[in-house]
Design a protein around this ligand. Structure first.
Ligand SMILES: NC(=O)C1=CN([C@@H]2O[C@H](COP(=O)(O)OP(=O)(O)OC[C@H]3O[C@@H](n4cnc5c(N)ncnc54)[C@H](O)[C@@H]3O)[C@@H](O)[C@H]2O)C=CC1
Ligand SMILES: O=C(O)C1=N[C@H](C(=O)O)C[C@H](O)C1
Length: 257
């Protein structure tokens, strides 16, 4: 079988640098393009890539994905900043390119993963399972101080999954008597409070707290090094070529959903 040709967008960034090195060291993958700020994304600059991996910034990631699809390549996206509307536009674009349906031969795939770390993917999965059993749920994400967005994409994905599980179980809002000082209670993501810490020395960490009368469950994951994301990135690249349509979350590839 021939190598999967890979382009990396945001190639000189913290994640892009590691992704390039991981692709170069991986069996069956071949790095064919490194794109950075100021480079146009086109069939020409992607240099025949089968898959483009995006680790750029929230402001440009959606446009990059549309350009990648127009160039005829699959996309693996780690960049944050996605919402229902941007995901729907990508789904519509995929449907336009493959009107025969998601099973069409050669149909393109886009895999957006808020977090490629196994510990984070498992933490989110466990949190979604636990959510229905607890009265209270809050999320704390902790990151390096160079991160430009808050709360993290991982925390948003976690909170949305918790909110979905609570709604399905018929649970109302977490009890909270706050009357003043709402600014100290974190962001509201689908009714779940999310707190963002930025601290020198940290990389990427998340704690999910659940409470009932007289008991507490804390699920915590830590990425101490960006190397922790690379097995997930490589898995996503290998998977997306045979996964037409839009997939959100590595848990789907790991069969954890
Ligand atoms: N899904 C996951 O597992 C992970 C996701 N991330 C996310 O990945 C993204 C990148 O994170 P880092 O590498 O830490 O950031 P970074 O700031 O180190 O790298 C971003 C790169 O994008 C480039 N860039 C900026 N504007 C661009 C444009 N218009 N076109 C092309 N490239 C452009 C920058 O020059 C820079 O090289 C963030 O959204 C972050 O939250 C980070 C770690 C893990
Ligand atoms: O910016 C980061 O560093 C990270 N971003 C992603 C996020 O926002 O969830 C993934 C991980 O937390 C690291």
């Amino acid at each position: 079988m021939s190598d999967i040709k890979v382009a990396v967008l945001g190639a000189t960034g913290r994640m892009g640098t590691q992704a390039c090195a991981a692709v170069e060291a991986a069996d069956g993958l071949r790095l064919v393009a490194r794109l950075g700020r100021g480079d146009t994304v086109s069939a020409e600059t992607l240099a025949g890539a089968d898959v483009a991996v995006d680790f750029t910034v929230p402001a440009v990631t959606e446009a990059n994905v549309h350009a990648v699809l127009d160039a005829g390549a699959h996309a693996v996206v780690g960049t944050t900043g996605w919402d229902d509307a941007s995901r729907a536009r990508v789904s519509a674009h995929l449907a336009e390119l493959s009107p025969g349906g998601s099973g069409s031969t050669g149909a393109l795939g886009v895999l957006i993963a808020p977090n490629f770390g196994l510990s984070a993917v498992l933490a989110m999965t466990f949190a979604a399972k636990a959510a229905r059993y607890f009265e209270s749920a809050e999320v704390v994400e902790l990151h390096h101080p160079n991160k430009v967005d808050a709360p993290s994409g991982t925390a948003r994905h976690t909170a949305a999954a918790i909110a979905g599980a609570r709604a399905e179980a018929g649970r109302g809002p977490s009890p909270d008597a706050t009357e003043t000082g709402w600014e100290a209670r974190g962001a509201d993501v689908d009714g779940v409070r999310v707190h963002a810490v930025r601290l020198r020395g940290l990389v990427a960490h998340e704690e999910i707290l659940f409470g009932n009368e007289g008991e507490q469950l804390i699920i915590r994951q830590d990425s101490f090094d960006r190397a922790s994301f690379m097995p997930g990135v490589l898995l996503a690249v290998r998977s997306v070529v045979s996964r037409p349509g839009l997939t959100v979350g590595l848990e789907n590839v790991l069969d954890l959903s």
